[in-house]
Design a protein around this ligand. Structure first.
Ligand SMILES: [Zn+2]
Length: 129
């Protein structure tokens, strides 16, 4: 039996705001727009698609990655230069970089990565190696 990733679906507090962020990021990473509907959007790369859906009240409690649930979403970078390019773009877009004091080694001395947050503060990792 095998189970390659199929999709991930994340509830967001503001679909329009999150669609701007994830649309930008995922297309930057080679994903193509896949589905669009009132309450959701998705983007696809190969056999995997990434979905965001507007959360419904009363389940719209604030997300916190230190609670039970998703901690972060990680994407492969081809190399350290791509991590640096992404970092620069995030800075230009005003997206705060997490662990800036340890960047780009916040994941360890031999690990090159940039960590940042989506509009709901879901942590995103882009790492080489
Ligand atoms: Zn990670």
């Amino acid at each position: 039996m095998r189970g390659a990733p199929s999709h991930i679906e994340i509830y967001v507090s503001d679909i329009e705001k999150s669609a701007v962020f994830w649309g930008w990021l995922l297309q930057e990473l080679g994903y193509a727009p896949f589905q669009t509907w009132d309450k959701g959007r998705s983007w696809k790369l190969g056999g995997f698609y990434f979905v965001i859906v507007q959360v419904e009240a009363p389940f719209n409690a604030t997300y916190h990655r230190k609670n039970v649930g998703l901690n972060h979403v990680a994407f492969h970078a081809d190399n350290a230069a791509d991590v640096q390019r992404m970092t620069k773009t995030l800075e230009e877009k005003g997206v705060p970089i997490l662990y800036a004091d340890r960047h780009p080694h916040a994941g360890g001395a031999d690990h090159i990565a940039v960590y940042f947050e989506d509009p709901d503060k879901i942590k995103v990792e882009f790492s080489a190696g």
